[in-house]
Design a protein around this ligand. Structure first.
Ligand SMILES: Nc1nc2c(ncn2[C@@H]2O[C@H](COP(=O)(O)OP(=O)(O)OP(=O)(O)O)[C@@H](O)[C@H]2O)c(=O)[nH]1
Ligand SMILES: [Mg+2]
Length: 368
């Protein structure tokens, strides 16, 4: 039997098929700057001609902030850019675009993009498409105003500022960054002043802070948003994100993490997986435990390595919404989470219980 088939069989026969969410208490899902950002955006949107919403391509069917639709976009032309396309497969894109348009008729146009690459053909079409849509639309009190204003919206860390810099540099042949970019969520914290990106026609862009969904009813969606780093890791906790990601990778048969983490086969227990990985890579730290100095796996380091591995695409190109793509599991995911609050409200009170049993196993490995 091939290695891959054997691992699939291992997952099928002995790994947890469903993800059981622990219960939690932390509450930091919608930080203050997002409240302010949303209010500013609502005020400024009156003067804009077009909305470009940027979202993470790994989550084509989930995690978008529906508050935007109700309060920001409405009657303006609305383009959805699924950015970070370098992290998802090239197949099924037309099917995905079709499905999004059917479920969200407010959207005029959907495109995949890679803002981090030097050449991105679809981003080249973004400005002409926006201008065309604006010219076709009813601009109400802005009729006759030669300047066109486009607002860029979306959840945190999806590449909004990167896209603005790219559009500006391409159209004005300038260099550098008009707006700040960063690998962590929350880099842009206020609605920015207008950034000129084209002279003829005169087009300005408004960069905005990433605004998370005020609450996420579906826990799977919350954890996927965390895996993609659209919220700060501290909100959920690195180890919980790793645990969910590991479950997802195993159940969807994405096993590239095994080699990357220095393992010999897939693991279903996240704590054990991290411990084994730390041991093989020599990432051991000394810590006091009950007054005794003990050698321990450096969980923080290997947990970060695991998350970075996924976020940088080292585990292969795949969607985190594969189940919706296959049109199964959808009902199951939607119905069970209706009564739940934000992910952060549910993770945590059983935190100690959750890891208590695992610690014994890990101690055994280190001692042996
Ligand atoms: N892999 C990949 N990374 C990208 C792409 N576009 C942007 N990034 C990276 O994503 C991270 C976030 O980019 P930003 O442009 O700061 O994102 P933002 O949406 O403005 O973030 P906030 O201001 O925090 O809401 C940075 O590390 C970028 O380099 C892309 O197409 N592919
Ligand atoms: Mg930004």
């Amino acid at each position: 039997m091939s290695k891959l088939r054997a691992w699939r069989e291992l997952v099928r026969t002995s790994f947890r098929p469903e993800y059981k969410f622990p219960v939690n208490s932390a509450k930091n899902w919608f930080p203050g700057h997002m409240h302010k950002g949303l209010k500013d955006m609502q005020r400024k949107v009156i003067d804009v001609d077009c909305v470009i919403e940027v979202h993470d391509a790994r989550l084509p069917f989930s995690g978008r902030n529906t508050t935007f639709k109700e309060t920001i976009s409405g009657v303006k032309p609305h383009i959805l850019v699924l950015n970070k396309e370098d992290l998802v497969p090239k197949q099924n894109r037309e099917e995905i675009i079709q499905k999004i348009k059917e479920s969200d008729p407010i959207i005029s146009e959907v495109m995949f993009a890679n803002a981090s690459s030097g050449e991105c053909p679809s981003l080249k079409t973004l400005l002409p498409k926006s201008i065309k849509l604006i010219e076709k639309s009813n601009r109400y009190h802005r009729v006759g105003d030669p300047q066109k204003i486009i607002i860029i919206i979306g959840i945190p860390n999806v590449g909004k500022s990167t896209i603005i810099n790219k559009l500006r540099n391409a159209n004005l042949h300038s260099k550098g960054k008009a707006t700040k970019v960063g690998a962590t969520p929350g880099v842009t914290r206020v609605v920015q002043e207008k950034i000129r990106i084209s002279n003829r026609p005169l087009v300005y862009l408004l960069d905005t802070p990433g605004i998370s969904k005020p609450n996420v009813k579906d826990m799977h969606v919350g954890m996927k948003l965390a895996c993609c780093n659209t919220l700060n890791d501290m909100v959920i906790g690195q180890l919980y994100i790793c645990d969910y990601l590991l479950w997802y990778l195993n159940t969807h048969h994405h096993f590239d993490y095994v080699e990357y983490m220095g393992l010999t086969e897939p693991e279903q227990d996240c704590h054990l997986m991290l411990a084994k990985s730390a041991l093989t890579s020599g990432n051991i730290v000394e810590k006091y435990q009950h007054g005794v100095m003990k050698k321990m796996p450096d969980y923080d380091y290997v947990a970060m390595k695991f998350l970075q591995g996924y976020r940088k695409g080292y585990f292969g190109r795949f969607y985190l919404d594969e189940d919706q793509l296959l049109d199964n599991l959808k009902d199951q995911l939607g119905s069970s989470d209706e009564q739940l609050g934000s992910p952060t409200e549910q993770l945590g009170s059983s935190k100690h219980l959750y890891y208590q049993n695992k610690q014994n196993n890990i101690d055994k490995i280190i001692d042996s």
